[in-house]
Design a protein around this ligand. Structure first.
Ligand code: F6P
Ligand code: MG
Length: 452
């Protein structure tokens, strides 16, 4: 069927699933059993707490909508906790048909006797994405509060709680700007590696791993970079440097070097990504940045256009000189078209990225125009690799299963039991010394795929 994952180049590598044996509960299983219900409970609580706001804005209709959304979400939590069949989406939205088609495909993978896909018997990636899509369905079924972002409060809190680290980053960036034109090549490269690592560790701050609880950056990340280096398991930063510095050297006047950043979390991580993006422009390693965010609230902390604009405005109006300077500069990048923010429904579908050329050919064609694509975060990594049970030493290129729109790099802290491209013995050593290395967010990678 069009738009559904093809077989994996003749390989039968299974999806990461929820199955677990007693005494050996998988991370995927625990996510759906514990973390997701916790997130749902928080969402319900958030709606409760905004009751009077809904009333002030919409009167009785707002109160009724709040009740409706809560009842739909309670039903969803019950379906999940009692392992009911996964039901098609009902509310007509741009992606509804694609979702329901994907659900049919999941059903076709089951034996006749297995009946319908169920919460605890389906691939993890699918179930987790479906859960966030159902939260969105509950909200859009409840006008007039159908544009309410149930995660906004937590995202904003993450930003406010990370203030000191944000100030440190903005100050660092503005100081760097003063001398950037005079830096020798090797100095520029050192700074490039620094901003890359800042963006990597920014990915520790997602709010889904913490079950929706606060997860902000309280310490100055720049002073921790040296200590964190041993935790980088795959380090292709050199390859990023040679690609972009080559583009810079060979670029004709007026031609462009475009870097696309597939964003992940709002709040502190977004600041680190914008610092990286600003550095790329100022260093002339790139001339244009395209950012991609989510069209609907997703995995608690993922960035939407509202978060993106809100954050830049917060900086601009800050009392801190360097924070506000960053806000002003970044707004200017947008105005001048050097920074472009885009979204596409594909990013909130359950499909792995190897299906992009079939499901979203327009997006795929757009990404092909980039000189480099940076994929931030863990969920993007799971989608890049199809969330399969790959052997740890399988090359990244192979796990991408034909997805190569342009040279690309995953910048991710490990928060799921999927990792490829390691050295023989590396995973075994890690498992012996730190059994939770794949899911704690303590380790990170820069994993590149592109011409040598
Ligand atoms: O809930 C599980 C998960 O998909 C993990 O893989 C990860 O903890 C989180 O959600 C998303 O992480 P990120 O924001 O880095 O994509
Ligand atoms: Mg995220």
């Amino acid at each position: 069927m069009a738009g559904l994952p093809d077989s994996l180049s003749g390989q039968d590598v299974g999806f990461v699933s929820l199955s677990s044996s007693v005494g050996n509960l998988s991370f995927a299983y625990l996510t759906i059993k514990d973390r997701i219900p916790q997130i749902l409970t928080k969402v319900i609580d958030t709606l409760h707490r905004h009751k009077s706001e809904f009333f002030e804005k919409h009167g009785e209709k707002g109160m009724e909508a709040e009740k409706k959304a809560i009842s739909l979400l309670s039903k969803l939590r019950n379906e999940l906790q009692t392992d009911k069949p996964i039901v098609p989406l009902v509310e007509k939205f741009v992606d509804t048909d694609i979702w329901n088609q994907y659900l049919e495909y999941q059903q076709s993978l089951l034996n006749e006797s297995d009946g319908k896909p169920r919460w605890f018997l389906s691939p993890w990636l699918f179930v987790e994405c479906y859960m966030y899509r159902r939260i969105h369905e509950a909200i859009i079924q409840s006008p007039p509060i159908d544009d309410f972002d149930v995660f906004k409060e937590s995202k904003d809190q993450n930003f406010f709680e990370s203030q000191q680290s944000i100030i440190a980053l903005c100050t660092y960036l503005q100081e760097l700007m003063k001398t950037i034109e005079d830096l020798e090549d090797n100095q520029l490269k050192d700074e490039f590696f620094k901003v890359l690592q800042i963006s990597l560790w920014g990915n520790k701050c997602d709010l889904s791993l913490s079950g929706g609880d606060t997860s902000s950056q309280k310490t100055n990340i720049i002073s921790s970079l040296e200590d964190l280096k041993p935790f980088i398991l795959v380090n292709d930063m050199e390859r990023l440097w040679s690609l972009l510095s080559n583009c810079k050297k060979t670029r004709e006047r007026a031609s462009i070097t475009r870097v696309d950043i597939i964003l992940d979390n709002s709040g502190f991580e977004l600041i680190t990504d914008l610092v990286l993006a600003d550095f790329l422009l100022s260093s002339k390693l790139a001339t244009e940045i395209h950012f991609y965010g989510k069209t609907i609230p997703w995995f608690v902390s993922d960035t939407t256009i509202h978060d993106f604009n809100w954050l830049i405005k917060q900086l601009k109006h800050s009392n801190h000189k360097w924070m506000s300077k960053c806000g002003v500069n970044w707004e200017n990048h947008i105005k001048m078209g050097r920074w472009v923010y885009l979204d596409h429904m594909f990013w909130t579908l359950p499909h792995e990225f190897s299906a992009m050329s079939q499901v979203a050919p327009d997006l795929h064609a757009e990404l092909q125009k980039a000189h480099l694509i940076l994929f931030k975060g863990d969920l993007n990594y799971r989608k890049l690799t199809g969330d399969r049970k790959w052997e740890f030493t399988i090359p990244f290129h192979q796990a991408l299963n034909g997805f190569h729109p342009a040279p690309l790099c995953s910048i991710r802290t490990l928060k799921a039991e999927v990792q490829v491209g390691l050295q023989p013995g590396q995973a075994e050593q890690l498992s012996a010394s730190d059994p939770s290395w794949m899911t704690s967010g303590k380790y990170g990678i820069f994993q590149f795929d592109g011409p040598l």
